[in-house]
Design a protein around this ligand. Structure first.
Ligand code: NAP
Length: 278
């Protein structure tokens, strides 16, 4: 199965389905298992890998480096800078450290992990310099609610490629205002924690829908995201069998009846909710 792509403001195309790596790279003794799991994901056909300098304090980026060595072409690598590193000089230095750990020349998409105390202008100036120097191709933000995203977007001239936020069936708050605004501005949303960090993969309402398709609840949670235009899902698993299961979500096509049942079990928001965060 080929993974669909979305277009970014730079004209680059980004896969809509990838793998997350939070909680990887934290323990040396699990490194080989994690690297093997990432390799397995690439063998399945995943090409997008989401990581951050925060994950395992660089350990996840190192595990990825081992997995992508000699097969970097065609992959789309996302990493993130800590807010406390997001100053004009700090973000450049942090990006260079990430590049060294990942053992690549360029990060495809570099995100501010969440908003901190550094003025947006400074971080944007650093991101521009990194792009001009070829160290990143695109930039974006993460965990930004609407007001802050609008303010960032005004300052970066509409170059913000995405906003990575928590979005899944159990956390639908973004549907009220953030997601419509992003759609209006052709900005894809990167949905993190698609299983709500695990529970949705065991949910009985999802199981009922899954049974109709010979699928699993985890696949339904992913198919529900993947059917939406401009949506990118990044489930995490360090287990080969679950990675294979997750990849299989591409084949699950939910019907109107499925969607209505899911809306009943997980009602969409009727008003503003504060942004969910993992
Ligand atoms: N920007 C941010 O602030 C932010 C915050 C959170 C996450 N993220 C990104 O989004 C990625 C995904 O989010 P997440 O890691 O929070 O949560 P998630 O993907 O919703 O859930 C991960 C959990 O689900 C389990 N799992 C995976 N596939 C499964 C399956 N088929 N059946 C049953 N269980 C399954 C995993 O266990 P196993 O590994 O044992 O399979 C893990 O415990 C992260 O890894 C990270 O890259 C970004």
């Amino acid at each position: 199965m080929t993974i669909p792509t979305v277009s970014l403001p730079s004209g680059a195309r980004m896969p809509t389905f990838g793998i997350g790596t939070w909680r990887m790279g934290e323990e040396r003794r699990r490194r080989k298992e994690e690297t093997d799991a990432i390799r397995h994901a690439l063998d399945l056909g995943f090409t997008l890998i989401d990581t951050a300098e925060m994950y395992g304090e660089g350990g996840a980026e190192e595990a990825i480096a081992d997995a992508i060595a000699r097969r970097r072409d065609g992959l789309f690598i996302v990493s993130k800078v800590y807010p406390h590193n997001a100053s004009r000089q700090g973000a450049i230095a942090a990006c260079e450290r990430s590049l060294a750990r990942l053992r690549i020349e360029r990060i495809d998409l570099y995100l501010l992990h969440w908003m901190g105390g550094v003025p947006f202008e400074e971080t944007i100036a650093a991101f521009r310099k990194l792009r001009d120097d070829g160290k990143i191709a695109d930039w974006g933000v993460s965990n930004f609610d609407l007001d802050d995203l609008q303010s960032w977007y005004d300052k970066d001239g509409g170059r913000c490629a995405t906003n990575q936020v928590m979005y899944n069936l159990a956390r639908r708050g973004v549907e009220f205002d953030l997601l419509p605004w992003m759609r209006q501005h052709n900005m894809p949303l990167m949905a993190y924690s698609p299983f709500d960090r695990g529970p949705l993969a065991r949910n009985t309402a999802l199981k009922t829908v899954a049974d109709r398709h010979g699928a699993t609840p985890a696949q339904v949670a992913l198919a529900w995201l993947l059917r939406q235009p401009g949506m990118i899902a990044i489930p995490k698993s360090a287990d080969k069998q679950r990675l294979t299961e997750n990849f299989g979500a591409l084949q699950v096509k939910l019907t109107d009846a499925d969607l209505a049942d899911l809306d009943r079990a997980f009602p969409p928001p009727r008003g503003k909710r504060s942004l969910a965060m993992a």
